[in-house]
Design a protein around this ligand. Structure first.
Ligand code: 5AD
Ligand code: SF4
Length: 482
């Protein structure tokens, strides 16, 4: 295991090993030497700053980046005015890219005054050819660029950027490599994401993810369980199993395993009290999984089930492989098996060709299901996806009007669902001191609602009973139950 590795014993005069993860530990040891030199010259350790854009997968990847940087010897900084800045990018919608371009302008100015600083970019946006071309042409001040497939090589890439002048670019189109046992620095001591699979095979017609994250690859159940057991031994009580489409977990392993079977095994890990997972594609959600959720004491009462559209016609155009009726029937089966479950979703408004009738079908599903919360998105045209080539793109003002109506419906439905919980005493995992009011702590219910209540930092990481007193729409104020 990585915290048992003695980096001082690595012989840096010999060639780098070819096996992983040994090769990366060799480069970590190599980078440590430069860090010591920096410290001798400057009288302090160099510092780093990571900025994560996008989803939970990226958040988990950033913990891996942080783990490696800290093992090398960098110290965490709280702003971009640092010696090493890395942006872990997202490209699911155009505005995610725009944010990165904007911030790079700012970084360029800072680097002009601090030429020794290093700027690195990684993640989904870097898997797009046009992005790399633009960086190479107009953003020469960036030192290191890599994508989603070779993040495990981070130490080796940092070493390369110390050794050579100019921009180091290493982008892979795809991989079936999964490297285990590299350092990870968790953001929270008591909860953790756990990757169970990488990539996506679904090719929803609007989505760029399969192009930038590659084909589906599942980690072996024994590796996942070993990681969770170690997390539990380290004080973690809640795990979030992560994958682009967790319901198709394990299908292409040498010895296939279903997601439901994996969950049964995770349930047995002592010390783990809550299990979450993200994201479920409705087309692959099995009755076996519903049964496991119904029986489980640890799986949280929350399911994120992206709808995308309520119109069967648009769903077909989106290549989602279910229609409105199938989705609603699935929701019925889930609610029968797990009556107190909270359902959340993702919805896209303004997919090419979406008519008012199609949109009203979406509104109808929202009303019928009664989501506890929903992420609503304006359709964003992603170059290279089939939907981007469609001619009937929807005018901005029409999309905006539909978006506003949808948001109102979602919010009023969610507020009603939350209101119905007021007065209940619920188990809450305390996550942090409230960001606005220091005398309060913030915790999360099994169904993913948030509650703020009077408490101190010693409660963080504990599961306590809280009475939900006041409902504020999508969160509560409460008090510790006696
Ligand atoms: N435009 C808008 N939203 C998108 N999503 C994915 N691709 C696009 C796009 N091109 C949304 C989907 C998905 C969520 C992660 O992002 O709703 O579930
Ligand atoms: Fe994108 Fe569809 Fe894969 Fe989700 S399931 S990542 S929306 S292609």
């Amino acid at each position: 295991m990585y915290n048992e590795i003695d980096l001082d014993k690595i012989d840096l005069n010999s060639e780098a090993p070819t096996e992983e993860p040994d090769r990366q530990y060799y480069y970590i040891a190599k980078c440590q030497k430069w860090i010591r030199e920096f410290e001798n010259t400057n009288g302090r350790r160099p510092c780093f700053f990571t900025q994560t854009f996008g989803c939970q997968m990226n958040a988990r990847d950033s913990e891996k980046l942080t783990g490696i940087l800290e093992m090398i010897g960098y110290e965490k900084a709280d702003s971009e005015e640092a010696d090493f800045v890395i942006y872990n990018t997202c490209t699911v919608r155009e505005n995610a890219n725009n944010k990165v371009w904007g911030r790079l302008g700012y970084l360029n100015n800072y680097k002009k005054q601090h030429p020794q600083m290093k700027i690195a970019l990684c993640g989904c946006m870097m898997q797009e050819e046009e992005v790399i071309e633009k960086l190479q042409k107009s953003y020469r001040f960036v030192d290191l660029v890599f994508g989603t497939h070779n993040i495990y090589k981070f130490a080796e890439l940092i070493a390369a950027s110390f050794e050579q002048d100019g921009m180091v670019v290493d982008i892979w189109k795809d991989t079936d490599m999964i490297v285990e046992d590299l350092p990870i620095e968790r953001k929270y001591s008591f909860k953790s994401g756990v990757n169970i699979m990488f990539g996506c095979n679904n090719f929803c017609s609007y989505c760029i993810v399969p192009y930038v994250r590659g084909r589906e690859r599942s980690r072996k159940p024994e590796d996942i369980l070993r990681e969770i057991e170690r997390l539990a031994a380290d004080g973690v009580v809640e795990v979030m199993l992560l994958g682009q489409n967790v319901n198709s977990y394990g299908k292409n392993l040498e010895e296939p395993v279903t997601f439901a079977e994996l969950l049964r095994e995770v349930e047995k890990v002592e010390g783990i009290k809550r299990i979450r997972f993200m994201t479920s594609h409705p087309k692959d959600l099995s009755d076996e999984l519903i049964a496991v959720m119904g029986q489980s004491k640890k799986i949280c009462r929350h399911l994120h089930l992206p709808l995308q559209s309520g119109s069967s016609r648009i769903l077909k155009e989106m290549n989602r492989h279910y229609d409105k009726e199938q989705y609603l029937a699935l929701v019925d089966r889930i609610r029968k098996a797990v009556p107190d479950i909270a359902l959340t979703t993702d919805i896209i408004v303004g997919f090419p060709g979406e008519t008012e009738e199609d949109f009203l079908e979406t509104m109808d599903v929202v009303k019928q299901v009664g989501y506890d919360s929903a992420f609503t998105f304006v359709y964003s045209k992603r170059t290279g996806t089939p939907a981007a080539r469609k001619e009937d793109q929807i005018p901005e003002n029409v999309v905006k009007d539909r978006f506003d109506r949808l948001l109102k419906e979602v919010q009023s439905g969610a507020a009603k669902r939350a209101e119905a919980l007021t007065g209940n005493v619920e188990e809450v995992l305390v996550e942090e001191i409230n960001r606005q009011e220091e005398s309060l702590v913030t915790g999360r219910l099994s169904n993913n609602f948030i509650v703020h209540f009077k408490g101190t930092s010693d409660l963080i990481g504990k599961i306590v009973k809280v009475k939900l007193q006041v409902c504020k729409g999508f969160y509560f104020y409460g008090e510790l139950a006696k």
